[in-house]
Design a protein around this ligand. Structure first.
Ligand code: CTP
Length: 245
């Protein structure tokens, strides 16, 4: 047979490399609800290579000098979907799905800006995508294998946020509280909380909820096993066709 027909047989076998079947888990929830800790706990319990946590915070849009000055006064909305560059996030997720190396922006909460540096990522098998709006954009929802919403009391979220933002993000207590009531809380009610509706799983108590973590990890292992089975079957079919040829 000609080279052309071998090519078409190979296409008929529907071979897809393992990274094309990358699994993405979305973790949404209020600021301070413990999304990052839950994501870390899932990664540790999963105990597999090629698992990464991707924070949607990396995709905050850069601000103009005027917007930046307002952000430093805790007087700028950094919670609504318009503050995130979802186009870039979707582009990066598609790149990773196609097995391409991709550069992820690095964001500074102190400066409210993207840094010049980027982080290079190459073909993970599982991505845990965490952020207040991880279940917001329909294009992202289409790519998710599992949708998780972390639930926590608002007073717990606010106290965690005060401690973290003062310690790690260069903020004052007064500034954090002002921003919370002016932007974070109303935007939570408008955009973050409604994401419960599209979640597969609502996790109360975040990383302390060992039962939920175990269920998530078991489900993920099952999904990975099925994907690997499909991949191996496709490889075997290809091998058979090459032998026959
Ligand atoms: N934010 C900010 N300044 C910026 C950019 C974002 O204060 N320049 C705030 C937004 O107001 C938003 C929050 O950062 O509410 C998003 O991060 P958050 O969800 O608090 O952090 P995570 O570590 O992703 O989540 P968790 O606290 O649940 O672990």
């Amino acid at each position: 047979p000609s080279q052309g027909s071998v090519t078409s047989e190979v296409q008929d076998a529907h071979y897809s490399p393992p990274w094309a079947d990358m699994s993405i888990i979305g973790v949404a929830g209020s600021s301070g609800s413990g999304k990052t800790s839950l994501a870390v706990e899932i990664v540790e319990s999963l105990n597999l290579p090629w698992v990464i946590i991707l924070s949607i915070d990396s995709f905050y849009k850069s601000l103009t000098p005027e917007e930046n000055a307002l952000a430093h006064q805790n007087n700028y909305d950094l919670d609504s979907p318009s503050s995130i560059d979802f186009d870039l996030l979707v582009e990066k997720l598609h790149d990773l799905k196609q097995g391409k190396r991709t550069d992820i922006p690095i964001y500074s909460f102190q400066q409210h800006q993207r840094l010049d540096k980027t982080l290079s990522i190459y073909s993970p098998h599982v991505i845990i995508l965490e952020g207040i709006l991880a279940l917001n954009d329909p294009r992202v929802l289409d790519l998710l294998d599992m949708k998780i919403y972390v639930e926590a009391d608002a007073d717990l979220c606010l106290s965690r946020r005060i401690v973290r933002d003062v310690r790690e993000r260069g903020r004052t207590i007064e500034g954090v509280i002002k921003q919370w009531f002016k932007y974070v809380k109303p935007v939570f009610q408008r955009y973050v909380e409604p994401q419960r509706e599209v979640a597969d799983l609502i996790v109360p108590r975040g990383m302390q909820n060992k039962m939920a973590i175990q269920m998530i990890v078991n489900q993920l292992r099952q999904t990975l096993k099925e994907k690997s089975f499909k991949h191996n079957a496709a490889l075997e079919r290809l091998g058979q066709q090459v032998d026959d040829y």
